[in-house]
Design a protein around this ligand. Structure first.
Ligand code: AHR
Length: 522
């Protein structure tokens, strides 16, 4: 119905422009109509969230170096990493996992660091986890970055009391054994915790549960996740992976279950040629480039499928989809620990990030949180570190270019574009989304997926008049260009001038393999 209203609106608007004496819109192959004066839902800033797991060198080395380190740090947390993360305005950070979350016992990670229990990280390389980064260190990290905390609780190997006490320790202002313990550990005031997940992948590493069993367990755990001292938890039930619609159906269909959570998680990774192959992060062919994007674009179909189930039971869209793990997953870099999931990040990953973020913006009515996997040194990271050095990846720069969408209202767009064809397969060559912020500025973000061809797209702006445009572009010499330690950056944004604005119609020529962000003002 919404779509019918939107199409009718576009048709009427086009007619009005023509009747008003403006030239008829040119019939273009590549055309993106933007309706500027009928904004849709607010794009939750939390769609731009990140994920930090106790896995490889994400926490240890990548974020946490300890107070004795020569690497400049604040309370043991790297200053260079804090500054870079502040610059992309990360809104929320998920921790401590992932699969690790369902093995994590939070009391191991509090109190004097030298006295904390060392445990085995059974999921990720069997290495020793000395718990020197725990609850207090994570909450300090969120304070230093200026983001909200998203904590993932342990359902798989924990218990209800343990999870319930964690929330009390974190958020209560009252007198209780947990709050006394927190104060003894040096924190007088409670913290605020915005998001709390009831387990992770409980259909797999989080306990191999059936949806029916998890649904009951989730109801039990959630009953003891209290809101203390003015803190209101957004409780996230473990949701499905990919196209697992049965899991979502089980959680959504029962009204008593729906009362127990505010959001459902969803995990989807793009894995070229399947889990046994995966391919290299930097040594790949055009076929793999194309395949990555074909898989990335599946996210839109998955969201439509999952949203359709949620719409049936929650037409008012009170429950959010929380895509708290997404991204490209490749083979680990040669010579690195296979359990550490360390991979480089190229121009391909920049376009992957643009595709996903554009899709999330377009699903702003249902997708309320999303977290790239992962933030530092693991999978599709925004930051890589080696000792005291830090690299900002192509994916980092896409988050920087797209941060303007946070809390802006999404704009309806209607896109018709040529295909990018490889062999006998085709995908749309352009990905796009648009929003309007509280100052009335339009933000348009696009990606040209074709590595062999510049593409011009015509964008009629329907509604209010806009005249001034500025832009940035991210592109590179080769499809596998990447930023590396000790070398000048090969992939970084620069000023973009490849556009013309004429009588309310914007024409944009995007270089091959590029991401473009435009700001359009009156
Ligand atoms: O992000 C790496 C792992 O992928 C996470 O720990 C798990 O949730 C998923 O399977």
């Amino acid at each position: 119905m919404k779509r019918v209203i939107f199409c009718t609106f576009i048709a009427i608007a086009v007619f009005a422009i023509q009747a008003n004496g403006q030239k008829p819109l040119p019939a273009a192959v590549n055309q993106l109509i933007i309706v500027t004066n009928h904004p849709g839902p607010v794009i939750s800033k939390d769609i731009y969230g990140h994920f930090s797991e106790h896995l490889g060198n994400c926490i240890y080395g990548g974020i946490w170096v300890g107070t004795d380190s020569k690497i400049p740090n604040t309370n043991g947390i790297r200053n260079d990493v804090i500054a870079a993360l502040k610059d992309i305005k990360i809104p929320n950070l998920r921790w401590p996992g992932g699969c690790f979350a369902d093995t994590y016992h939070w009391k191991d990670g509090i109190g004097p660091q030298t006295q904390r229990a060392s445990i085995i990280n059974t999921n990720w390389g069997g290495v020793t986890e000395n718990n020197s980064f725990g609850t207090h260190e994570f909450m300090k990290l969120t304070e230093l970055i200026g983001c909200d905390a998203y904590i993932n609780g342990n359902v798989g190997s924990g218990n209800v009391r343990e999870m319930s006490e964690w929330i009390e320790y974190l958020t209560s202002d009252n007198k209780s054994p947990m709050t006394i313990l927190r104060k003894q550990n040096g924190r007088e005031d409670p913290w605020k915790v915005k998001y709390f997940a009831i387990g992770n992948e409980n259909w797999g590493c989080g306990g191999n549960m059936t949806p029916e069993f998890y649904n009951n367990v989730m109801r039990q755990y959630s009953s003891f996740l209290n809101n203390y001292s003015g803190n209101t938890l957004y409780r996230i039930a473990c949701g499905p992976y990919d196209y697992n619609y049965a899991w979502t159906e089980t959680l959504m269909k029962d009204p008593d279950s729906r009362k127990m959570f505010q959001g459902i998680s969803l995990h989807y990774y793009s894995v070229v040629d399947g889990w046994d192959v995966k391919g290299s992060a930097t040594k790949f062919t055009e076929r793999e480039w194309f395949e990555s994007f074909r898989l990335n674009l599946e996210m839109d179909k998955i969201l439509k499928g999952q949203s359709a189930i949620m719409d049936r039971y929650d037409p008012e869209k009170t429950k959010g989809l929380v895509v708290d793990e997404w991204g490209n997953w490749y083979q680990v870099e040669p010579g690195s620990n296979p359990g550490f999931l360390y991979q480089q990040n190229s121009m391909r990953d920049a376009i992957t990030a643009a595709i996903h973020l554009n899709i999330f913006n377009q699903h702003a009515d249902r997708v309320k949180v999303a977290n790239l996997a992962q933030m530092v040194n693991v999978l599709q990271s925004v930051i890589l570190t080696k000792d005291d050095k830090m690299v900002l990846t192509p994916t980092y720069y896409v988050f920087k270019m797209f941060k303007v969408h946070q809390e802006a209202q999404s704009l309806n767009i209607d896109i018709k574009c040529e295909d990018y064809q490889y062999g006998d397969k085709k995908i749309p060559a352009i990905s796009a989304s648009a929003s309007i912020d509280k100052d009335g500025k339009i933000h348009l973000t696009l990606a040209n997926l074709n590595p062999n061809k510049d593409i011009t797209i015509t964008c009629p702006l329907i509604g209010d008049s806009f005249s001034k445009v500025t832009g940035e572009v991210l592109t590179a010499k080769a499809i596998n260009s990447f930023n590396d330690f000790g070398k000048p950056e090969e992939v970084k944004p620069s000023t973009f001038n490849g556009f013309k604005m004429n009588a309310g119609v914007l024409s944009i020529t995007m270089p091959s393999k590029s991401v473009v962000a435009l700001e359009i003002i009156k």
